[in-house]
Write a protein that binds this ligand. Structure first.
Ligand code: EPU
Length: 424
């Protein structure tokens, strides 16, 4: 498992060939947490081998689970009737953003949780006020002291929760807390990302009663207990988008297998508008052919089914060398423009308005440079930039990329990229 280091990419390359998409990072993490709601065995397949998954495995083991994980399969069994702990160590709380789902899990199983504010990707402010407000509606009292959060309940009770914003993690926390709560919980204005659907389908296969899946409101009838199950993790739509953008930006030709076309409509639209050709072979397979020169494109990131914020740093490198002028507005993480700043070091012409958008005037070429991937998608975007730049690009802080992409540089090499990883 790669820990830290840098990618070294030689540019002026067109990617060609086939790539197979791994299981979704943003599905496996909540599903691993929710597995411990049952005391029976949970078997998961299509599990991506990622740094974040390994950190969460260690966290689950720390609170009393046995986790066997190899060859993209994971077997999780809670060894005790309850969890071994109702506390999340500071190290785990801060090492991985999704430690935040221990709130829902521990309150459901232990009626108490002690943890620290979660860490994770470097995307600017990431408050968890909606998680805390919503769990309070289910009967939780929170105390906070600095970074420490202590939640207690005499027993979770269903309620109607109207989310101010359809937060992904917040929706997941309420689902995990309410599936075994007393009575019915209605959550309005939920996040509708495919990874939320995957979590709901997984929980229903364990005996949960969740309806309204895929709509703006979920109705969850609490059940006494959940049984074990087997479940296959859905394909990663952001990894798919990354290879689509890599094909489009390098003027390559990539056949992308084991994905799911229905998750990709907005991304396909953008990549086509940018001048690439997309052939949908079947509902799991697409072929993307990049043009000689990309066209400018304006877009705004928003909640699903709109353009995902995670795809923004992956499309911007292509726009940096497109014909004409593009405007990109970020409505989810207003300051998520680390990739734009780094691209300017490579000769791009990108201006940040200081609020939440960038204006990009396409340049002829990017030049190899030393850049830094502040978060995992910025790292992936900079690798794409390196693939089309003149000369050598070094992407530092590549630990971030390994958090969310399985065998990234191996997959790229199979497509003809000249990329290597250097451990620091
Ligand atoms: N927000 C609040 N209060 C809250 C919760 C969220 O104000 O209580 C705000 C956030 O500050 C942010 C927005 O709502 O501005 C969206 O946050 P959300 O809670 O939806 O995001 P998340 O659950 O923390 C997940 C993904 C992210 C992805 C976002 C948005 C996982 C493990 N993480 O984060 O993925 O960017 O949804 O789609 O599912 C990535 O994969 O690179 C990544 C960062």
């Amino acid at each position: 498992m790669l820990t830290n280091g840098r990618y070294i990419v030689n540019g002026s390359c067109k990617l060609n060939g086939e790539v197979s998409i791994s299981g979704a990072k943003n599905s496996i993490l909540p599903i691993m947490c929710a597995s411990l709601l049952s005391n029976e065995t949970v078997e998961l397949s299509n599990v991506p081998n990622l740094n974040d998954v390994n950190v969460l495995k260690n966290l689950l083991e720390d609170i009393g689970a046995k986790v066997n994980y190899n060859e993209n399969r994971m077997v999780i069994k809670n060894l005790n009737a309850n969890l071994k702990k109702n506390t999340v160590d500071k190290e785990y709380s801060q090492k991985i953003r999704y430690s935040v789902l221990m709130l829902g899990l521990m309150l459901a199983k232990e009626k108490k949780v002690v943890m620290y504010y979660p860490g994770g990707c470097n995307l600017g402010k990431r408050p968890i006020d909606i998680h805390l407000e919503s769990l309070a509606k289910l009967g939780v009292k929170f105390e906070q002291e600095g970074d420490l959060i202590i939640g207690t309940t005499t027993g979770l009770v269903g309620a109607t929760i109207n989310l101010r914003f359809p937060t992904v993690g917040g929706t997941e926390n309420i689902i995990i807390a309410s599936v075994t709560a007393k009575g019915t919980t209605i959550i309005n204005n939920v996040a509708r990302e495919p990874e939320i659907e995957d979590l709901c389908n997984f929980l229903n296969s364990m005996g949960a009663k969740i309806s309204g899946i895929g709509t703006k409101s979920l109705v969850i009838e609490g059940v006494k207990e959940l049984r074990g199950t087997s479940h296959e993790i859905i394909p990663d739509r952001i990894e798919t988008a990354t290879f689509m953008a890599a094909a489009a930006t390098t003027g390559g030709d990539i056949l992308i297998k084991n994905t799911k076309v229905e998750y990709l409509f907005e991304i396909m639209r953008a990549i086509q508008e940018m001048g690439a050709t997309i052939e949908v072979i079947d509902n799991k397979t697409i072929r993307v052919l990049g043009p000689e020169k990309l066209e400018a494109y304006n877009f705004e990131t928003t909640v699903y089914p709109g353009m995902p914020t995670d795809v923004q740093p992956i499309l911007v490198p292509g726009l940096a060398i497109a014909n004409g002028y593009s405007k990109v507005e970020e409505t989810i993480y207003k300051e998520r423009f680390a990739v734009a700043k780094e691209l300017n070091k490579m000769g791009a012409n990108i201006k940040f308005d200081g609020i939440n958008s960038v204006e990009i005037l396409g340049v002829k070429n990017l030049e190899g440079s030393i850049v830094r991937g502040a978060d995992l998608r910025a790292g992936a975007g900079l690798v794409i930039a390196g693939l089309v730049a003149n000369g050598e690009t070094i992407i530092e802080n590549s630990y971030q990329v390994n958090r969310g992409y399985e065998n990234f540089e191996h997959k790229l090499r199979q497509l003809g990229a000249d990329i290597r990883y250097e451990e620091k």
